[in-house]
Design a protein around this ligand. Sequence first.
Ligand code: HEM
Length: 362
Amino acid sequence: MDREPPGAKWLGAPVTRRSVLAGVGAVAAFLAVDLGAVAYANNWIAPRTLSRQTFIDGFQTVFGRHPGFRRNHAKGMAVTGLFDSNGNGAELSSAAVFAAGRTSVTGRFSLTGGDPSVADTPSAARGLALAFGFPGPDQWRSANLSLPVFPDSSPQGFYDRLLASKIVAATGKPDPDAMARFNTAHPETVAAMAIIKKTPPTSGFADSTFSSLNTFFFVNDAGTRTPVRWAFVPQQSALPPKPAGDNALFNSVVRQLRTGPLRWKLHLTVGQPSDPVDDATQPWPSDRRVIDAGTLSLIAAQTEAPGNARDVNFDPLVLPDGIEPSGDPLLSARSSVYAASYRLRSGETASPSAVQVDEVTP
Ligand code: HEM
């Protein structure tokens, strides 16, 4: 077992990493060259009580073992596209992606949960992971969710909720006593879930708003640091899922992409000094200034395969100069656990993805 380095104080420290996916591995497994290098040096997320291995074991207890797949957001599909920056984001950040111009994008749509062949359900949180300028020196990676706030404020809360929500085979539902105990211990999650319930899921991926949820600090050329939460705001409705089926949500967005690019505006919400920056369960007031930084266009979908987004670790701490992490404890935990998940899956042979883009009927 890894040991915590003496005096390790990396949680929440500003980190800029430019790990690059250099290798395309064998047909099934691939070469893990993309670990979350900083976080991976330290196994402990909460000293001596919660390690990245605890999370991996937790995901496998709840969802089973699915070699070769992500331990969370296991069901997914790769996408490629472009980001057209209008230059407005440069007011907040010196990152190259916000200078006026175009940047290539590698991404992945996903559903939350560790089962790669789970049936699509509208209520499952949807993910859109994005790597801008990948695999270049100024790349920016993010993994965004279709929720207004995150249910947990701490890694321990996430872990406790994961275990409490394990489905009991006899009922097909989580154990109500375990959920009740969890809710008593985590009022912050009860409050966040009340906010989440007020924003019912949209009909598909194409009309979902995908948000950072965690706060980041944007740093401009003058060195000014501004707390920012971002959101990708859809510019289209979604095609109705047809026919209903296990891949209804994925199939619908594949069909829609065949008709032309799908677009999202990148909105940067500017935090005020009174806004919480270390707690993703808490929304910011709705009157905060929003900067429209440009348009993300997703152009094509690909079945998960060697060398595409399947093999990218969308570690939220892979940031360019001009974007820095906040002290939100979820961020360093995510970096560490994503790296552990990535390291495992890269050494395993996966069965084919449940989402086969070429097999989606018109
Ligand atoms: C302690 C909290 C969290 C833990 C332990 C966790 C764990 C994980 C793991 C293990 C993966 C798979 C990584 C891989 O194999 O590449 C993953 C993927 C993902 N997570 Fe989290 N997560 C956490 C919080 C969050 C938050 C706050 C967000 C949203 C803003 C988020 C959004 C996503 C998305 C969108 C993906 C899919 C990324 C992809 O397509 O590669 N997660 N998460």
